[in-house]
Design a protein around this ligand. Structure first.
Ligand code: 13P
Ligand code: ZN
Length: 272
């Protein structure tokens, strides 16, 4: 058995390949991180090297102290994750203070974790607190239709949520807590990490204007499915707008009926 035979690694490879095939990850665009379970950490012990040096994360994530994450590498192509994972991704460990990380497996040839590590870890930190540790995955993708919409819709979470809910009946069931929108910001630093984390307190989907999307979920499958659902809805909206706009739609009362039958709670804020 090698580390690459493990189920979570196989699932990660399948998800990265699916995401590449979707067209969400040109060149090195996008990045994915997964927080290992205790069982997975024990199972990888014989394959990892804890002697490496700590590096600064750039943000403080106290509640992630001593956690292990599988992370894609900076400048690495999502399409290559299935070709050689150890060169394109790695496993990192967070220190006692939640301020530094070290590479314990992979990221060979001095590769570094994604430049969006601050945004990923800040979002993980918020989600660990908000979901009692249930959420384990953060995915950032350059989803074409969502990006296109950030050039024509007002950059308000309420507007994106309502418009995208209307494009597919099951959307409010898949992302009942709606969408947050970060205005254009320089990627890769602490400022965009703070802005994203703030919106992750209330949403599982955060759009970065003119850049892409961040999704949070319990499993790799659920997070991929969330990204896919939002992006598909955005594709329908782009088509509807291209055909001259809505002539009829799902109305607030329909959403209330849906919420009742599907047993989800959706905020009246989105139903005015
Ligand atoms: P990385 O190659 O550093 O992961 O950056 C890609 C990206 O999408 C930046 O937002
Ligand atoms: Zn990006």
């Amino acid at each position: 058995m090698t580390i690459e035979d493990m189920k979570f690694i196989q699932n990660f490879k399948r998800m990265t390949n699916d995401a590449w095939l979707k067209g969400w990850h040109e060149r090195n665009g996008g990045n994915i991180t997964y927080r290992l379970t205790k069982e997975e950490v024990s199972a990888i012990k014989e394959f990892i090297n804890e002697d490496s040096e700590y590096n600064s994360i750039g943000v403080t994530v106290k509640n992630l102290a001593n956690e292990y994450f599988l992370v894609t590498g900076s400048g690495k192509f999502i399409r290559n994750m299935t070709v050689c994972l150890g060169e394109n991704a790695g496993i990192i460990k967070i220190d006692e203070k939640g301020e530094n990380y070290k590479v314990v497996w992979g990221l060979s040839n001095n590769a570094r974790p994604t430049s969006e590590l601050p945004s990923h870890l800040m979002s993980h930190s918020i989600k660990v607190e908000k979901t009692n540790g249930c959420h384990r995955v953060i995915m950032h993708s350059h989803t074409t239709n969502v990006i296109a919409l950030t050039f024509v819709l007002p950059l308000e979470g309420k507007v994106f949520t309502r418009e995208l809910w209307e494009m597919a009946t099951e959307c409010p069931v898949v992302f009942p807590s709606g969408i947050g929108v970060v205005p254009w910001m320089v990627p890769g630093g602490a400022a965009i990490a703070e802005a994203t984390g703030e919106l992750m307190k209330d949403h599982d989907v955060v759009i970065w204007a003119h850049h892409g999307m961040f999704c949070s979920g319990e499993t790799l499958d659920l997070t991929f499915g969330l990204m896919d659902t939002v992006e598909k809805s955005a594709e329908i909206l782009v088509k509807v707008l291209s055909m001259g706009g809505k002539k009829q739609t799902i109305v607030s009362e329909n959403f209330r009926d849906l919420a009742k039958d599907f047993n989800v709670s959706i905020s009246e804020d989105y139903l005015v």
